[in-house]
Design a protein around this ligand. Structure first.
Ligand SMILES: [Zn+2]
Length: 721
């Protein structure tokens, strides 16, 4: 009947029991009547109510133990109604101090909640990532409570979860007057006051009717309650006068919350649907100690400074607008200069490496993507097909691979043609969700530095090495050093998930690993990360915002050659199937430009800078002609030089050039005109130096030609060292 539900708790639903438990706590034996409701709400929830009246009590005295298994497998029994806090104390007082919450059979149990059943038990502590998540979740409740005190009855509440690096709470304001960052100090002050009150945070279960009554003034909460399945139990978290519809996973009291900060506010559709009302989402973050919070705020300030959208606007590199269309970037002349440099650079490198560059259509017959499998597996990310009215359907391509297969298949190839390398700056379209669109890094139209090579099986390793070498060389030119290689294999326990050719997989995976070892490159291996069609190598880079993403990739593909019946004539005169290698070195022009902008913090090395040289006359009348002639001379050398003859003070013009992070600013005065010299100010340096015009031009061309890699040497040359 009661308290004996060890074992498969998931079978227990709405289990109700009354007990008269005897507890021994802190050496004092006492008796108390309790009613416990053990409920499944997708999680376990323990009522903390202690019913003082004995009217409901059946009078039984249960002497029960709860049997607990710790994560290390150790087992221990405790008296029924033991709390996670008591368990923590029984282990050590230091553990009791840092334990945030208990977790029984995967469900949170508050530190002061009595446990009537055992099972797998763990303590979530301040040292765990999960502990930090519980803290942040709790701060979101604290925020809502503070808002409610500051603006009583004016705000409707949505949801307030933890997220990576912080938390948010979605609210609206009935009065229509929105919360802005200006109100943050006032809100934070109120939050701190509630922290001081050290209100216990208690979870409990209520009936649906109670819930509907309790939240009757909160239409969003009512919607959430009504959306719960009929048999779902409803739980709330209570702190002082504030009640949240919540499934638990919270700190024991508001006093636990000390170091937090509200960071921003943005619009967000209720439940992420654009047909729903727009709410305001207040973001914040929290840590257990002040140093961590400080470090995070510094990191965020730095990330904001580096954000390519901010720099993109400051330097007029690109824009996106609803008027043009969501996720469709317009490259302004400055951004276009960077992109043009990237495109010329990578195409030249690839041609030197034996690639044949092509141009193929940005839209193709839909059948091509049916044959490739994209239409079956990838349709949600593709634009809708265009019905041409004559039976033909055209599709904006989501990938370039089928186009390159057409290039290969246009002629019968023989073993002597392999490896056959085809490449293109291929424009593609993907229907990214509007919420995911971000500056240049997530767009709907993108141009990929794409390439495919067709090889015989025993050429895979050499070709793989060749591509890797190209990658590593290219990274050097961009000064990319913070990356790691990931070799992705199929999951050996789940081979039916992958293209079916065990021998090919084994051989290919061995080859990739062998190549990495041969080249002395460090890598980590990830089983189960391979594509359906073959193993791959990804290059993972750190982004300025602290995330990790794939910059480059080399993917073996056994499948597409089958689907398109791609063949070559072997030395035996028979037709054979080549292996296809998909590879991207510098990703899309959009993402790579975003990445570089953030990595360089807008201070592009000379060879990439939109403006390489700015030439400013001290006096337009006296020095303008010389300055203009010098500009023309440099431009003829394919140098991005410009003449700034605006009628402004010299100091202003120099500061302006520095704020745009232009590598070289030349000031032309009497001395320069009569000696045919330039006075040079390098970006980031307070010193100036003087050189003959000829010498400057020679050094500048060298700077550009070597991808600005020998900056130190040049710097010294500039300073005459
Ligand atoms: Zn491809």
């Amino acid at each position: 009947m009661c308290c004996d539900i060890n074992g498969n708790v998931s079978r227990v639903k709405g289990y109700e029991c009354s007990s008269y438990a005897v507890m021994n706590s802190g050496g004092t034996a006492y008796k108390r009547p309790v009613i416990r409701k053990i409920l499944m709400t997708g999680r376990f929830l323990f009522m903390t109510d202690v019913i003082e009246s004995t009217t409901d009590i059946k009078g039984e005295i249960i002497m029960a133990d709860v049997q607990i298994t710790f994560p290390d497998g150790a087992e221990k029994s405790f008296p029924v109604n033991v709390t996670p806090l008591e368990i923590a104390k029984s282990i050590s007082s230091s553990l009791a101090k840092k334990a945030v919450s208990g977790k029984l059979n995967g469900q949170y149990v508050g530190m002061n909640d009595a446990m009537t059943t055992g099972g797998n038990f763990e303590l979530i502590t301040k040292d765990d990532e999960e502990g930090l998540q519980l803290l942040r979740h709790s701060v979101s409740h604290l925020l809502a409570q503070a808002l409610n005190r500051l603006y009583p009855d004016q705000i409707h509440y949505g949801v307030g979860p933890f997220i990576a690096n912080g938390f948010y709470y979605d609210t609206d304001k009935v009065e229509g007057n929105q919360i802005s960052v200006d109100q943050f100090p006032e809100i934070e002050k109120m939050m701190k006051r509630i922290v001081k009150e050290n209100l216990p945070i208690v979870s409990r279960e209520i009936s649906r009717d109670e819930a509907l009554e309790m939240f009757k003034n909160d239409p969003y909460k009512i919607e959430l309650i009504n959306d719960l399945p009929a048999d779902e139990h409803i739980s709330i978290a209570v702190q002082g006068e504030h009640v949240e519809l919540d499934r638990g996973g919270l700190v024991p009291s508001t006093g636990w919350i000390k170091h937090f900060k509200l960071t921003s506010v943005a619009g967000a559709y209720w439940r992420g649907k654009s047909s729903n009302p727009m709410l305001q989402r207040i973001y914040g973050t929290a840590f257990w100690n002040a140093d961590d919070l400080d470090a995070e705020m510094k990191r965020r300030a730095e990330a904001k400074e580096r954000d390519h959208r901010k720099i993109g606007a400051d330097q007029d590199l690109f824009f996106t607008s609803q008027e043009v269309g969501s996720g469709l970037a317009v490259w302004m002349p400055n951004g276009a200069a960077i992109r043009r440099t990237l495109e010329r650079y990578i195409v030249d490198r690839e041609v030197q490496d034996g690639y044949q560059h092509v141009y193929t259509p940005v839209l193709s017959n839909l059948n091509l993507y049916k044959q490739s499998g994209h239409w079956d597996h990838y349709r949600d990310d593709m634009f809708p097909p265009m019905d041409m009215g004559d039976g033909e359907f055209l599709e904006l391509r989501p990938m370039n691979c089928p186009s390159h297969i057409m290039v290969y298949k246009h002629h019968q190839r023989s073993y002597r043609d392999l490896p056959f390398r085809v490449a293109e700056l291929g424009m593609m379209h993907r229907y990214e969700k509007s919420g995911a669109l971000t500056g240049l890094s997530r767009v709907r139209e993108m141009t990929l530095n794409d390439g495919h090579t067709f090889v015989m099986l025993d050429q895979i390793e050499d070709e793989f090495k060749k591509i890797l070498q190209l990658m590593v060389d290219v990274y050097k030119d961009f000064d990319i050093t913070d990356y790691r290689f990931r070799l992705s294999y199929r999951d050996p326990k789940n081979t039916e998930k992958y293209f079916d050719d065990d021998e090919m997989w084994e051989k290919a995976q061995r080859m990739l690993k062998g190549a990495m070892d041969d080249m002395d490159l460090e890598y980590f291996e990830a089983e189960g990360e391979a594509a359906f069609y073959g193993p791959k190598l990804d290059v993972q880079i750190k982004t300025a915002l602290g995330g990790e993403e794939t910059l480059s990739t080399i993917q073996l593909d056994f499948l597409l050659p089958e689907r398109f019946d791609v063949t070559y004539v072997g030395s035996d005169g028979e037709l054979h199937r080549p292996v296809m290698i998909h590879r991207g070195i510098i990703s899309t022009m959009e993402r790579f430009t975003a990445y570089l902008t953030e990595m360089y913090k807008g201070a592009f090395p000379t060879w990439l800078a939109p403006h390489q040289v700015r030439i400013i006359p001290v006096n337009r009348e006296a020095h303008g002609e010389f300055a203009q002639a010098l500009t023309d001379r440099l431009v003829k050398q394919d140098i991005r030089a410009d003449y700034d003859g605006r009628n402004e003070k010299l100091g202003y013009l120099i500061r302006n050039a520095q704020s745009l992070k232009i590598p070289y600013t030349l000031v032309i005065g009497d001395e320069e005109v009569s000696n045919d010299t330039v006075t040079i100010r390098r970006f980031g340096s307070r010193d100036t130096s003087v050189k003959s015009v000829d010498q400057f031009e020679t050094d500048l061309l060298a700077d550009i030609a070597n991808h600005s890699r020998a900056l130190d040497t040049l710097e010294k040359a500039v300073k005459g060292e």
